[in-house]
Each structure stands twice: as structure tokens, then as C-alpha cells.
Ligand binder design. Structure first.
Ligand SMILES: Cc1cc2nc3c(=O)[nH]c(=O)nc-3n(C[C@H](O)[C@H](O)[C@H](O)COP(=O)(O)O)c2cc1C
Length: 191
């Protein structure tokens, strides 16, 4: 059983990474193989709307000069996908949005690519705008017929400077509960 997590932050090993690692740690202790991919520093452009993915139906984006096809492959092979982002002007980061748009269109081109996988959004926020970010990420899972488990709160951690989110006790607890709920759900689905 595999879970892959993407950190859409432009800042490597920041608050989003702290939150994602909390979820992954629980999943690992439940016997899952986990991977954290950080998009910081990568040049990922958005979808060009060329629709080649609909024509070719090869599970690939036609843009080949970045890691997106590798990431789509990782999503296709995983039982669970976690998409993490900081809040930037009340929305996800452009890096994560570019990945969602391109992976999402490829997945729409062959509608069962992500069907019945488990998805979770994880968001870091300084003050406000976390909920629209959380909702927007969840829309990616829902339109792909994925299943989204809840936690003991919405999956948001509060912090600004690198690592500050560690002091958000409820946020950290929410991530641990999310990890447990993801593990529970994936195990049920695999039975
Ligand atoms: C360009 C930019 C826009 C931001 N917009 C918001 C915002 O709308 N609301 C908010 O509460 N924090 C905002 N922040 C703060 C980040 O969401 C916050 O510092 C978060 O913890 C960063 O996560 P990271 O360490 O994973 O990058 C913004 C930060 C940046 C760089």
C-alpha cells in the first residue's frame, strides 16, 4: 500500500512539509510505503489546453521538459494521494495548481486513472484563506471519483515562519487523525 504526498510550497521543508510529514509518519507506522515530493524550485508550467492528452490517451501530458509525467505515474501507482499547499492570497500555490491542471486533464482523458483512490488536502496558513485553498484541492479529488476521508478538523495548520506550524497543537493533531483515517479507509478499500 502506497501513499504519495506532494508539497506545492515554493519553500522547501516549510510548514506544509511539517504537516505532510505528520500524516506520512502515521501512515508509515500503519505499514504504508510513503513518499514526499517537494515542488519547491521546480519549473512547472500550467496546462496549455492543447488537448493532446485526450487525443493520445497515453496517461501523459505532451509537455516533456519537467517532472509532471513522472508525478502522474506516481499518482496512478499510489493507493492514496495527498496534495499539500501553503495559502497564497487565499488559494493554493501556482506550482500545485499547475500540477493539478495537467494531472487532472490527463486523468479526465481516461476517467478511471484515479478512480477509488483516497485523496487528502493539507494546507498551511498564516491567518486566513485556508478554507478556499482546502476546498479547491478537494475539487481535484472529487471530480476524479476519488474518496476523501475527514479528520477531527479541516486539514489546516497555522503558522508563518518556517516550522512555526509545529506549535499549532490542534493542527498537528488534525494531521495525525487524518493519517489514521486514511490508513483505515485504504485498508477497508483494499480488503
Ligand atoms: C505569496 C504569498 C502569499 C501568501 N498569502 C497568504 C494568505 O492569503 N493568507 C495567509 O494567511 N497567509 C498567506 N501567506 C503565508 C503562508 O501561507 C504561510 O507562511 C505558510 O505557513 C507558508 O507555508 P510553507 O512554509 O509551506 O511555505 C502567503 C505567503 C506568500 C509567500
Amino acid at each position: 500500500m502506497k501513499v504519495v504526498a506532494f508539497n506545492g510550497s515554493a519553500r522547501k521543508d516549510g510548514n506544509t512539509a511539517v504537516l505532510l510529514r505528520q500524516v506520512l509518519k502515521v501512515l508509515e507506522s500503519e505499514g504504508f510505503e510513503v513518499e514526499l515530493i517537494q515542488l519547491a524550485g521546480e519549473q512547472i508550467r500550467g496546462c496549455t489546453a492543447c488537448r493532446a492528452c485526450f487525443k493520445n490517451k497515453d496517461q501523459k501530458c505532451i509537455i516533456e521538459n519537467d517532472n509532471v509525467n513522472n508525478y502522474i505515474q506516481k499518482m496512478a501507482e499510489a493507493d492514496g494521494i495527498i496534495l499539500g499547499s501553503p495559502t497564497y492570497f487565499a488559494m493554493m500555490s501556482p506550482e500545485l495548481k499547475a500540477l493539478i491542471d495537467r494531472a487532472g486533464y490527463v486523468a479526465r482523458a481516461q476517467p478511471d486513472l484515479l478512480k477509488h483512490k483516497v485523496g487528502a488536502a493539507v494546507v498551511a496558513v498564516r491567518r486566513a484563506g485556508g478554507i478556499p485553498t482546502f476546498d479547491a484541492i478537494n475539487n481535484f479529488f472529487l471530480i476524479n471519483q476519488m474518496i476523501v476521508p475527514g479528520s477531527s478538523y479541516w486539514n489546516i495548520g497555522i503558522g508563518n515562519k518556517k516550522g512555526e506550524v509545529e506549535a499549532d497543537e490542534e493542527g498537528i493533531k488534525t494531521m495525525k487523525d487524518l493519517g489514521r483515517n486514511m490508513a483505515w479507509l485504504i485498508k477497508k478499500l483494499k480488503r
